[in-house]
Design a protein around this ligand. Structure first.
Ligand code: FRU
Length: 483
């Protein structure tokens, strides 16, 4: 208890000490969730509980690097306006002393139950991993109950990120894992009361089945029912680039299939990346009180030049994505911005119909640092169409190759780098731009590109171009500053 209080006091001190420095950063975002100081990574414990959205997050308040993580805590009534709450979990006890790692939330008997990984490194640097429980009556103060699951046989201590759900009168938990043969896998547990857990089986991955030998570690699994199918989201590590696929250091994606609660078997099809951009990892979903399946992800990837971000000199690093709603069309997951984000629009839209004839064009009023842009009825007669944002990111659609490209100037060396995907046709594109981030949703969420970018100061231009003839209509909204 004393350790917990000491850590809480230190966090407050750190926040106060660096508040001005953090707030002065021109790359602070206007409507994305960021850490008040230090490093933010995975979304955790996302839940809509008693009318309030709770989003916890992996937080290292004392430096802009990874370390013994806390659970930071944001709440909201509307997914737009957020309140930063007191720290939810501090790494104060022996079973979590090197970090309260990622996990999830579920309601049980009017209480909030948090499941998370207690990360422990012993004096020889050996890792231990405990799946722990903390409960709360009010959603703000948590009582820790310690480990409820220790490492089952057949896995290494890279065993973390429990996600819990209720189905057919019992509880299930998926945990990200590495088998003793050093293969990425997902472990499945079940319980009648959320306290006693039994290992059921390896859900997928390991040495056999559809995801055999698929990388060396799976992080942050999430299994849920959507539109008649069972979707498994997870973040595998150790997958080699394959053409336009898997170009980030680590991936985040999903499989679509059928989960049988009686046996714990999960039949599924191939892994597909959820996002095609540079910065998207460890997504987590919840079903809200309106029945929507909502997703947040960390807008970064571990071990990907993290220490080169220019925000570091302002004592903070990383952000969440905007909240997105998931829909399943056929076997493809679509992501669209949560409807509530329309409330960020401060004015009526600037609207224009544009025709480009082998030229570049700026449109009066269509620019800004923190804007939503929507292009629809896009018709490209031949060649390519592009949109350049603040001279630091560019979206290009080639109608001949049927390829969509996102380019950005690298924050490491200024060299242009790109991510791509196949796209049969570009019908519409919705862009959420927020000072140092871009989220692009094409064809109503069929493909999404998420990326950080660092434009030079005051460059708020949006430039449209076409190699031949192209027409579209454009709407632009200025978005409110929430943070
Ligand atoms: C994913 C991850 C999780 C872990 C957490 C630690 O980004 O590595 O597997 O629980 O971050 O912060």
């Amino acid at each position: 208890m004393r350790m917990d209080q000491k850590l809480r006091a230190e966090v407050k001190e750190e926040m106060a000490k660096h508040k001005d420095c953090v707030e002065k950063d021109p790359y602070r975002l206007h409507y994305h969730l960021m850490p008040p100081v230090g490093l933010l990574n995975d979304p955790n414990g996302f839940i809509h509980w008693k009318g309030t959205y709770h989003l916890f997050y992996q937080w290292m308040p004392f430096k802009t690097e990874h370390g013994a993580k806390f659970w930071g805590h944001y709440t909201s009534k509307d997914l737009v306006n957020w309140q930063h709450e007191e720290v939810a979990l501090t790494p104060a006890e022996w079973f979590e002393k090197n970090g309260c790692y990622s996990g999830s939330a579920i309601e049980h008997e009017e209480k909030l139950y948090l499941f998370y990984t207690g990360n422990v490194k012993d004096e020889h640097g050996q890792r231990e991993s405990y799946q722990c429980l903390a409960t709360s009556e009010d959603g703000f103060h948590f009582e820790k109950h310690g480990p409820v699951i220790t490492l089952p046989e057949g896995f290494t201590a890279h065993f973390r990120d429990p996600k819990v759900w209720q189905q057919d009168g019992r509880y299930f938990m998926v945990v990200g894992a590495q088998t003793e043969s050093l293969k990425g896998a997902i472990a499945l547990f079940q319980s009648g009361d959320l306290r006693d857990w039994t290992f059921v089986r390896t859900l997928t991955g390991g040495d056999s089945g559809a995801l055999a030998n698929f990388g060396y570690m799976f992080e942050c699994p999430d299994l849920f029912h959507l539109d008649g199918k069972d979707i498994l989201i997870f973040s595998p590590q150790g997958i080699e680039p394959d053409g336009m696929k898997y170009n980030n250091v680590y991936q985040a994606g999903y499989t679509v299939g059928t989960f049988a609660p009686e046996t714990g078997e999960y039949e599924h099809n191939e892994f597909v990346e959820l996002d095609r951009g540079f910065d998207f990892y460890a997504p987590q979903t919840t079903i809200d009180e309106q029945g929507r399946r909502l997703l947040f992800a960390w807008m970064s990837v571990p071990d990907q030049n993290e220490q080169q971000h220019p925000t570091i000199k302002h004592k903070w690093i990383h952000t969440m994505t905007i909240p997105r709603q998931l829909q399943l069309k056929g076997d493809k997951l679509y992501q669209i911005p949560a409807k509530e984000l329309e409330r960020l629009r401060t004015h009526d839209a600037v609207i224009d119909d544009v025709v480009l004839n082998n030229e570049v064009k700026q449109i009066n009023g269509v620019n800004g640092q923190s804007i939503e842009l929507f292009m629809e009825d896009i018709e490209i007669e031949a060649g390519w169409f592009d949109v350049t944002i603040s001279d630091a990111a560019r979206i290009i659609y080639s109608s001949e190759q049927r390829v969509l490209t996102l380019e950005r100037k690298s924050y490491v060396n200024g060299i242009v780098e790109k991510r791509q995907c196949k796209l049969e046709q570009l019908r519409d594109a919705r862009l959420y731009i927020d000072t140092s981030s871009v989220e692009l949703f094409v064809n109503d969420g069929e493909e999404v590109f998420t990326t950080r970018f660092y434009p030079t100061k005051d460059n708020e231009d949006v430039v449209f171009g076409a190699s031949e003839k192209c027409r579209f209509s454009v709407k632009k909204w200025t978005l409110a500053k929430v943070f």
